[in-house]
Design a protein around this ligand. Structure first.
Ligand code: GLA
Length: 498
């Protein structure tokens, strides 16, 4: 099944409080569902119900660390129906000592499962391993400009496999993205099977030979990335690196892996916020000891002001937010709220407002141009999250706009700040290594709006010698007082002035 877009945080411990629910009957207790994936992995989900005075209270423990209240609980004959806000819809019925469970997913797909009696103790995380004493891990020398590449999650989620990754590498080259600066082909969650007798992490049937895949990706001139968690399970409920950090770093190095995204997820069941730095440090040190250059991408949704300590654990980038979705609201809420983090970005260590949704279909071309421009102004990693193999020419043109990419990749590494908000048209500026300035006019209104700025408001004493429109790919005749123009609804005008 395909995880719905809004269901990115599918992993460890999802509590569902079922209060005031009509009695279903026969649900009381703890139940385990073993969800067998067609690629040789079994994921566990637990249902816990307490029936009391005609009410059913309950919770679902489904690979996630989020607590989510359920809505719309009802009975239908012998069935109890409820849903969770992520779009999992349950129909549960007692069935000869077990439960018969049907889960339908809003994003498509249906699972029919048997839940068997289980115990609360099965759900407990393993014992806590004391994290190391905090030290300052040296800079690994990587990611002098924000990493550029592709990641499987936003489009493929669980459907990523060896073929998808090879096709992404091929398409990155044939589309011109590689020539435009994209380097990393990153496998996100759901590649893991478990561990062998020696404790080595093993890929599942979707990835028959990780070393051969890395060799292939390297043969195209690109680099390969992978995904794990400091917890026992990833966000999708797959094997994490807990207690195997050095061993996994060595395995990745042996495979030729060049990038690791390390996702907090179930670590939150064992560690508190105060442990975040030490826990990430453990893998930062392990990667640097692995003998292979591996970019370290911290994914913990901005918790505990990660930007203040991310570089000190050997991190090259860190997520500043929860998961992005392929819509204007999600993208703009994330992107336009990053300005205060500008002081923390610089060569080797970057704020990561999450991966790109350009080309995934939920936004208009203007909205995707805004997304790509805003991320470039923010010196954000440019991780395409679409199907590169099947992308349209319009999507390719956005992702390969070299003039916008040059702003993202500017050697100075200074992130943009907002200097004005005129009725929902925000002006952001970013100083560039050549002494020039990138200036972006973002229109957050749905309708076209006029916008402009005086040279003095940009701190320029005189009209700039050159003004370049980075989406129009043309020079703009300088006006004595400043720049003025119109910006499409949800669109952008992006200039480079010198
Ligand atoms: C979390 C991360 C996502 C993705 C999923 C995979 O939600 O934030 O980017 O990696 O886990 O399960």
């Amino acid at each position: 099944m395909r995880f719905p877009t809004h269901l990115r945080r599918i992993a460890l411990l999802l509590f569902i409080s079922v209060a005031g629910v009509a009695r279903g009957g026969g649900l009381d207790g703890v139940w385990r569902i073993e969800m067998r994936k067609p690629f040789g992995v079994t994921l566990r989900t637990y249902l816990i119900f307490h029936e009391d005075a005609g009410q059913v209270r309950g919770m679902v423990f489904a690979n996630s660390s989020s607590k989510v209240a359920i809505a719309d609980v009802r009975t239908d004959g012998p069935d109890t129906l409820f849903q969770i806000p992520w779009g999992w819809n349950f129909r549960v019925r007692p069935d000869g000592g077990n439960l018969h469970v049907v889960i339908t997913y809003d994003g498509g797909g249906r699972d029919e499962e048997t839940a068997v009696p289980a115990s609360e103790s099965e759900m407990q995380p393993p014992p806590r391993i004391a994290p190391p004493a905090v030290v300052d891990v040296p800079d690994n020398g990587l990611a002098r400009t924000p990493p550029m590449g592709w990641n499987s999650w936003n489009h493929f989620a669980e459907r990523v496999d060896d073929r998808v990754v090879r096709e992404a590498a091929d398409a990155m080259v044939s589309s011109g993205m590689a020539a435009a600066g994209y380097v990393y082909i990153n496998i996100d969650d759901t590649w893991e099977a478990g561990r062998d007798a020696q404790g080595n992490i093993v890929a599942n049937q979707k990835f028959p030979d990780m070393r051969a895949l890395a060799d292939y990706v390297h043969s195209t001139g690109l680099k390969l990335g992978i995904y794990s968690s400091p917890g026992p399970l990833t966000c999708g409920g797959y094997e994490g690196s807990y207690g195997h950090e050095e061993q996994d770093a060595r395995t990745y190095a042996g495979w030729g892996i060049d990038y690791l995204k390390y996702d907090w997820c179930s670590a939150g069941r064992i560690y508190g916020n105060a442990d975040l730095r030490a826990v990430y440090q453990k893998m930062g040190v392990a990667l640097q000891g692995s003998g292979h250059a591996i970019v370290f991408s911290l994914c913990q949704y901005g918790m505990n002001d990660v930007w203040t300590w991310g570089p000190k654990v050997g991190g090259n980038l860190w997520r500043t937010t929860g998961d992005i979705s392929d819509n204007w609201k999600s993208m703009s809420n994330i992107g336009f709220n990053q300005g205060h983090l500008a002081p923390y970005a610089g060569p080797g260590h970057w704020n990561d407002p999450d991966m790109l949704e350009v080309g995934n279909g939920g936004m208009t071309p203007d909205e995707y141009r805004t997304h790509f421009s805003l991320w470039s102004m923010l010196a954000a990693p440019l991780m395409a999250g679409n199907d590169l193999h099947g992308m349209s020419a319009g999507t390719r043109d956005i992702l390969t706009n070299r003039e916008v990419i040059a702003v993202d990749q500017d050697a100075l590494g200074r992130e943009a700040v907002r200097i004005a908000d005129n009725g929902g048209v925000e002006i952001w500026t970013r100083p560039l290594a050549d002494g020039g300035l990138a200036v972006a006019f973002f229109n957050r209104n749905a309708e076209e709006m006029p916008s402009g700025v005086s040279w003095s408001a940009l701190g320029l004493g005189a009209p700039p010698a050159a003004i370049r429109d980075l989406w129009g790919h043309a020079g703009v005749a300088p006006d004595a007082a400043g720049y003025s123009g119109t910006v499409p609804g949800h669109g952008v005008v992006m200039l480079r002035v010198r």
